[in-house]
Ligand binder design. Structure first.
Ligand SMILES: NC(=O)c1ccc[n+]([C@@H]2O[C@H](COP(=O)([O-])OP(=O)(O)OC[C@H]3O[C@@H](n4cnc5c(N)ncnc54)[C@H](OP(=O)(O)O)[C@@H]3O)[C@@H](O)[C@H]2O)c1
Length: 241
């Protein structure tokens, strides 16, 4: 698929994987709507990196805020007059003993990791159906396949996101909408420093490597369809999950 001029809505682009994806897609000529994120300053930094290559609109806000979520897709679609690609990247992790998780932390993690992609996908459907080359891409995780200590809610949320991805992929296959999951192991971002303080930066996946995978899934729209890409750190044993 020629990405030039296609419209991508990307969540969580203020840093980490999201910023690297925004840069990669801008270099391919995509128009970008950077949706969600608490820090306008971080999003402005991403915009400064991508705008020399592609038009970019910022829609900052807390995606767990139901009022913001309700109008987010409509506002994103209005920015360039449609949506071809939706990338659900915004997310949060934890490093908390199971016994210490309160309802507030549980709800916060589930809201951004599951509820947000659920309703962004649902509200984006009318636009995606009109696209003719629509793609939804969900950032899951290796924890969508395995359970890690201290990551009970994170793991539950990514298992849920993967289930949701599978279901939506099958339901809208008939409409030509491709729905993929990418499930990485440790990527060197702010998140992993909190969720996996035991990991050292050496050997971790770089955000730019995930951006390459996103780009690969978007441009290769042939007859060989990849549902999910599961990717682990170089030092980790292969085929472990
Ligand atoms: N890093 C890893 O090892 C790894 C591995 C597997 C999967 N993943 C997944 O990859 C995705 C990106 O992670 P990352 O490592 O790049 O993390 P990151 O650097 O912490 O980025 C997460 C992004 O999500 C945004 N976000 C979080 N809560 C939000 C909310 N309530 N409303 C709007 N935006 C919100 C953040 O915005 P603010 O900073 O402004 O709050 C930030 O831009 C996540 O879904 C994560 O679960 C990461």
């Amino acid at each position: 698929m020629d990405l030039n001029g296609k419209i991508a809505v990307l969540t969580g682009a203020g840093g980490g994987i999201g910023r690297a994806v925004a840069q990669k897609l801008a270099h391919s000529g995509m128009k970008l709507v950077l949706l969600g994120g608490h820090s306008r300053e971080k999003l402005e930094k991403t915009r400064a990196l991508v705008e020399p290559f592609a038009p970019c609109v910022l829609l900052p806000g807390d995606l767990t805020d139901l009022t913001f979520l309700a109008s987010a897709v409509e506002d994103a679609a209005k920015a360039f007059g449609g949506i071809d690609v939706l990338i659900n990247n915004a997310g949060t992790a934890q490093s908390t003993p199971f016994e210490k998780i309160g309802i507030e932390e549980y709800d916060r993690i589930m809201a951004i990791n599951v509820r947000t992609p659920f309703f962004l996908m649902q509200k984006a459907l009318p636009w995606l159906k009109k696209s003719g080359s629509a793609v939804i891409l969900n950032l899951a995780s290796v924890v969508a396949h395995a359970g890690y200590p201290l990551q009970s809610v994170y793991s539950a949320s990514k298992h849920a996101l993967l289930g949701l991805t599978k279901s939506v992929a099958r339901e809208y296959h008939k409409d030509g909408i491709r729905v993929h999951a990418i499930s990485p192991g440790g990527v060197y971002t702010d998140m992993v420093k909190v969720s996996r303080p035991d990991l050292s930066p050496e050997g971790m996946i770089m955000p730019e490597e995930i951006a390459e995978i996103v780009h690969f899934l978007l441009v290769n729209r042939g007859n060989a369809v990849i549902d999910e890409i599961l990717v682990h750190r170089v030092g980790k044993e292969p085929f472990l999950v």
